[in-house]
Structures are given as C-alpha cells and as structure tokens.
Design a binder for this molecule. Structure first.
Ligand code: SF4
Length: 436
C-alpha cells in the first residue's frame, strides 16, 4: 500500500478526486508496494485502480487515460531499504551524535539507485526484487562493487552473506540491465592487485556494454570513523591507483572508444595530479559521484559565457562557499568565471564543523558553518551556496533551513549547482537580503 501526499490541479488524480491520505491499494490485480509500481502500472492507457479514501470508503476506478494527461499524484516518501552490510568506512558510523534520525539510517536501496543514482551494493535483494528490476527495466543501476574477489568484498562490506557480485551482475546483464559501478578504494584491502582484478572482471563483463563505467573513489573518513580499522590512502597509493585506472582507460579507449574507467576528482587531488580534460568524461555520467565535477563546472560556465558576459556582475564581490575537497580545485573554475563576468570572486573554503575536518565535500556542509562564515561579510554583494548541501525541503545537514539562514545574512544568497544557473540571468531585486 502507498499513500497520496498531494495531488496537482488539472490532472487525472484531481479528476478522480484523489486527496492527501488516500491509500492506493492495487492496479488491476497487482498490489501496490511503492512508487515504482505506481509509476509503471499507471503508464498504461487503461487500468483499474483500487483505493481506500481517508473516509474509509473503498473505491474502484476504471480508468481510460486521456493521452498526455498526467496522474499528478505525489506519494508519501517510501520506506528506505536498510543496508545489510557493516563497512568499516560507513558514512553513518562517521556521523556525530545529535543529528536528524534519518542520517543514522544505512540505506541500500536499488529503487533509489535507479531513480537518483545512489550507489547500492545489491546485497539485500529478495527474489522478487530481482524480478522487478528486470520487469521494470531499472537500468542503469549504480552499484558499489568495491572488489570482485568475493572474500575481499565480504570483508569490505563486513557481510559474510554478500553474494558473489560478478555472477549477480552477469545475471542482470543477460537480461538487459546495465550498470555504472564504483570502487571505494581502501588502502591495503582492495588496491594493488585487487584493484587490477576488479577492473579486469568488470571490463570482461562489460564487453556487451552492460558495465557502462567504473569509478575509483578514495575512501572518505570523518573524525568519528573507525580509524583503527581503515585509513585514507597516501599520495603514492592514489597515484598507484590512477596508474591502474589509466591502463584500463587506455585499453577501453582503444577497444571501445571511451575511457570507461575513471578516477574521482578527489583521487587526482590526493595524488596531486592534473585532472583529465572535459572531453575525457563524455556525458559526465558519474559527476554526482565526484567524477569529472570540476570539468563539468568549467563546461557549464563556458556554455553560459555569453549570458555571463553581460554587465550585471561587473565589479561586484561574490563569495563562493565550498568544502575543502573543491577548495584547491576551485581556482581553475573561478578563473573562467572571473573573465566571463568581470566580478571579483572570493572562494570561502569551509571546514565541516558537523562531521569533522576530514569530511570535505561541499554537499555535506552544515548551515551553521555557512552562517558563521558569512554573517559579518557586509563587503560581499552576493554569496553562492552549494545547492547540493540542502535537501528537497531546503534543509542543510544540521536542519538549518535555507531561508532562515538567508534572513540572518547581510547579503543576498543563491543556491547554485554550477554557477551558470545562478549568474547567467539578470536578477531582479537581487540586492534584497533573501534567498533567491
Ligand atoms: S553499504 Fe557499507 S557504507 Fe553503504 S550504508 Fe551499508 S554499511 Fe554503510
């Protein structure tokens, strides 16, 4: 059973008079378990829908769906699938006390993998999940492989029940499912020859096009992680991993016409090596995973250059808030922005006061750190905040709400994914101290 949270006007849902709180029970003879059932089963032109209204009345609708009319139904948030693993490097273990309860949930949900590109290990699949993935063609999936040697993978996941990943991926591949994969690099465990084996196995499996890419991401730890059990890679270890990645990428370019194996930006940063050019990353398929993110930003700025070159920003002082991971890489991005806009940019690299200094991604910055950094900066005409650091309800990781934060700052602020989104249009009333 799933429940309606909201219904948009002038949609099929509104015409059926579905209201918030309505329980969606079944379509035709299929019980509805979650948003996937709802989306796939309502895609037909003709179906029967069984619901239970908030009044308790059960109703059956025989629906002929007019072409182009959306259902317009927002569902209550799904119950997240819990993770069956206990990785030493788990982000959840790296959370301090006193945060939102949801941040202590270990999620490992193939549905979110398909929908949002979250990485999942596929270690908690039930037989009917396998059938659904194939039936609904949930492809591509984003899979945390880490190692293809089953013993090493079980060690990394701390899960003796974890299935052998290559036969599992092969089973899906034979049924038309594709994957983006990642290896979180844990020094001494899955680097060196283990990394070679993992990439070899994935490359062989991807011959038919099923493994679309693999990224190698250095393990990220916080002050609260299990440092007695896992450590971050050294510069030399990052360089060695990139050598392996480069070898496979060269082979893939020669044989398949694209690099296929990618190092995360952070791996290059920790190796103290230059990033590949933007063309290397193709469609930037793993940029949300920090792979090609810098080159992506530069590409976006380049594409918006004509708009950015208008006079709007010339001479203005603009603060750019980011985390420590992007801090050293940001000057490359800002140089392009400065020449396009004529503005003066100041990069504000913030320490993560919630998770600890070693959590460096901008997307996990707490609102209070932003507030502390900006509340006395009356010299700034505008501040750009990383849009990834708030959720759909505009809450930062520490529950600070973005409008509340903006109301306490002396300058207007904008949330931005790629700078171009926040700067390319002429902003009306942009001096008003509010979130725009
Ligand atoms: S797979 Fe590992 S890192 Fe991911 S949530 Fe589970 S225990 Fe944590």
């Amino acid at each position: 059973m799933i429940r309606v949270q909201a219904v948009a006007p002038e949609t099929l849902g509104a015409a059926l008079q579905l209201t918030p709180g309505t329980e969606l029970l079944a379509i035709n003879d299929r019980d509805l378990e979650d948003f996937l059932d709802w989306e796939f089963l309502t895609a037909d032109d003709h179906f029967k829908l069984y619901v239970k209204l908030p009044s308790g009345e059960e109703v059956e609708y025989d629906i002929e769906r007019p072409e182009g009319l959306p259902m317009g139904v927002t569902l209550e948030a799904p119950r997240i699938r819990r993770c069956a693993n206990h990785c030493d490097f788990c982000f959840v273990d790296g959370n301090p006390q006193g945060m939102r309860q949801v941040l202590y949930i270990r999620d490992d949900d193939y549905r979110l993998s398909f929908r949002y590109g979250n990485f999942a290990t596929l270690t908690n699949l039930k037989p009917w999940d396998l059938e659904r993935i194939v039936e609904y063609r949930l492809s591509p999936l984003y899979v945390s492989v880490h190692a293809t040697d089953p013993v090493v993978r079980r060690w990394l996941l701390r899960n003796p029940e974890a299935p052998d990943v290559i036969p599992q991926l092969r089973w899906f591949a034979e049924r038309g499912i594709t994957f983006h994969t990642q290896v979180v690099l844990v020094p001494g465990i899955n680097d060196g020859q283990q990394l070679v084996r993992t990439l070899t196995d994935l490359y062989a499996l991807g011959e038919g096009g099923s493994v679309l890419s693999v990224s190698v991401v250095p393990v990220a730890l916080t002050e609260f992680s299990k440092h007695a059990l896992v450590r971050q890679p050294t510069r030399q270890e990052c360089r060695a991993a990139l050598e392996v990645v480069d070898r496979f990428a060269a082979q893939a370019v020669a044989e398949r016409g694209m690099p296929w194996a990618y190092g995360a930006d952070d791996l290059y940063l920790q190796a103290d090596m230059a990033l590949p050019p933007a063309e290397w990353y193709g469609d930037f398929e793993q940029r949300e995973n920090g792979v090609g993110a810098v080159r992506y930003l530069q590409t976006r700025i380049g594409a918006a250059r004509a708009d950015l070159e208008q006079e709007t920003w010339r001479g203005k002082r603009i603060g750019v808030v980011t985390g420590e991971a992007m801090g050293p890489l940001m000057p490359q991005v800002i140089a392009d922005l400065t020449s396009a806009t004529g503005a003066q940019f100041e990069i504000l690299v913030l320490e993560n006061t919630l998770f600890g200094k070693s959590v460096t991604t901008a997307g996990l910055l707490p609102g209070r750190a932003v507030l502390d950094a900006l509340r006395d900066r009356r010299d700034l005409d505008l501040a750009l905040l990383p849009a990834e650091s708030v959720n759909d309800n505009l809450l930062f990781m520490d529950d600070v709400e973005a409008h509340d934060l903006a109301s306490q700052l002396p300058m207007p602020v904008r949330l931005s994914y790629d700078f171009a989104d926040a700067l390319e249009d002429r902003l009306e009333g942009w001096k008003v101290g509010k979130l725009e």
